[in-house]
Design a protein. Structure first.
Length: 501
């Protein structure tokens, strides 16, 4: 199939008979991206944005960024193809549009990936032991460095993972050869203001594993103190700077450290740099700070959880979130928060002047609740958020690494647990854990919505065809009175970089 995933179902189509909806049944309407502010923004300004970048930088955007915008305009739109689903009992039909499955800024595909990743990590990866979240924030120059050269994240992650694991092993009273621990690092690339803010969320097993008499034993460790966090952060900073210097990304001269002049993409680099520093990249307001709205009073700088936070030289290390082994639901919610989409449709709006107003997830300490950008300026932000192809945003360390010897013994649904289940019931063959979770199951798990049941009679809904041919698409949508053509892109406007807005 041309596109492997699909969007939410199109309901309220024809059926051969009238049926009453089951009482209290949750009904899920198809997501209509063409009606959202984000879709209309891209549709109306994509060509103008591409022209602006080429005019001001002398180079077009990389193909992977252009492909992201192109795919987003097709995502969830029935005119680009769909699946036909039919109820086996009452013949009620639904149409399901295909999705783009991109990782940049699509809220729908990002929401699906969020739910699927969180469920997979909790069900199949993270052992049933206490887990602590370690969040490492980076200074702005390093955020830009990792955005422009993501291959540098790997050696830095090795340094960070080894420092935290060594700390936990010593905290448990052992040496590295005698105990092991594990972690999952989720690389988050954005902030609440759609800014480019690369930082690391490390879900670390809050303890160590030991092998005693051929038995794997987990030992929890005590919480870190402020002094321990500060010492650990200083150690991480020192080792990270050395690693980046070794790889030629940093230069040390006369006691000063600065970024090396590494070749970057001519068109994407200014967008990423501005998105890191809360500024405008191109256009008449290039270099200026974002326009912000402050609608609440400034907050007290002292916040809860500061006893588990350390700061130094633009770095920040926070370890105040911990979940016990019986708090798996809370752990899954944390995973969903970390892997959430960069843009949420409900936080975007247009004001009377046609500007884009983005509501922050939580107010800043100075009372800022919204940022305001022109449509093309917001497009600059979207382009900066697109990750490069084949960039793995989830990394596994220690006993959770793919080839770790203990991994098969400790993860949920491990071979050891399966063998016990098989001994209890010899007639039942051992089953393998299903890694992929269908979108229908995710909706039921996260939102308690069952799209595999007919909203009219409660019968099972099955896929009967994939409609990809243009003539068939047009014929079916015309028959149902639905748009058979995708919303057209607005033509590029002639752009003068010196003309005031």
């Amino acid at each position: 199939m041309a596109k492997a995933a699909y969007h939410n179902p199109q309901n309220n189509l024809h059926s051969s008979a009238q049926h009453t909806t089951a009482e209290n049944r949750i009904h899920y309407e198809r997501h209509r991206p063409e009606e959202t502010v984000l879709y209309q923004l891209v549709q109306e300004h994509i060509e103008s944005f591409f022209a602006q970048v080429e005019t001001e930088t002398g180079s077009g955007l990389p193909d992977f960024v252009k492909d992201e915008f192109d795919a987003f305009l097709e995502c969830g739109v029935l005119a680009h193809g769909f699946l036909r689903l039919r109820c086996a009992d009452c013949t009620h039909e639904k149409l399901v549009a295909f999705s783009c499955k991109r990782r940049g800024f699509c809220p729908s595909c990002g929401g699906r990936r969020m739910a699927q990743t969180a469920a997979h990590l909790v069900d199949h990866v993270i052992p049933n032991v206490p887990v602590r979240q370690w969040v490492l924030s980076l200074p702005i120059p390093l955020r830009y460095l990792f955005a422009a050269h993501p291959h540098l994240i790997s050696p830095v992650l090795q340094v960070i993972s080894r420092a935290i694991s060594t700390f936990l092993i010593k905290q448990a009273g052992f040496k590295r050869p005698d105990a092991q621990t594990g972690a999952i690092t989720l690389i988050q690339r954005f902030g609440s203001a759609a800014n480019l803010n690369i930082h690391l969320h490390c879900l670390v097993l809050d303890g160590v594993y030991r092998i005693q008499n051929d038995t794997v034993e987990f030992l929890s460790v005590r919480s870190p103190t402020v002094d321990q966090l500060q010492a650990l952060l200083s150690q991480i900073i020192k080792r990270v700077m050395k690693a980046l210097t070794r790889h030629g990304a940093l230069i040390e001269e006369e006691g000063m450290t600065y970024l090396a002049d590494i070749e970057s993409d001519a068109a994407l680099a200014p967008l990423q740099s501005a998105a890191c520093t809360y500024r405008i990249a191109l256009g008449p307001r290039a270099g200026q700070k974002l326009l912000t709205l402050k609608t609440v009073a400034a907050q007290n700088l002292e916040q809860s959880g500061q006893e588990y936070c350390a700061n130094a030289h633009g770095f920040s290390l926070h370890a105040g979130v911990r979940y016990a082994m019986n708090q798996r639901n809370k752990l899954e919610r944390l995973c969903r928060y970390i892997t959430r989409p960069a843009i949420a449709d409900e936080r975007l709006a247009r004001n009377k002047d046609g500007q884009i107003v983005l509501t922050l997830k939580t107010p800043y300490r100075d009372g800022t609740t919204h940022i305001v950008l022109s449509p093309v300026e917001f497009m600059q932000r979207l382009a900066a958020l697109v990750p490069r192809p084949r960039l793995n945003l989830i990394r596994f360390h220690g006993v959770l690494a793919p080839n770790a010897k203990l991994r098969a013994e400790i993860i949920p649904g491990s071979k050891k647990n399966k063998s016990h289940a098989s001994n209890a019931n010899d007639a039942a063959p051992p089953s393998q854990a299903t890694v992929r979770i269908s979108w229908a199951r995710l909706l039921k798990r996260v939102f308690e919505i069952d799209i595999e049941r007919c909203p009219h009679c409660g019968g099972n809904v099955k896929i009967i065809a994939a409609i990809l041919e243009r003539t068939a698409i047009t014929k079916i949508l015309d028959h149902l009175g639905l748009p058979a053509r995708a919303p057209p892109r607005a033509p590029a406007q002639i752009f003068d970089p010196f003309e005031p807005t």
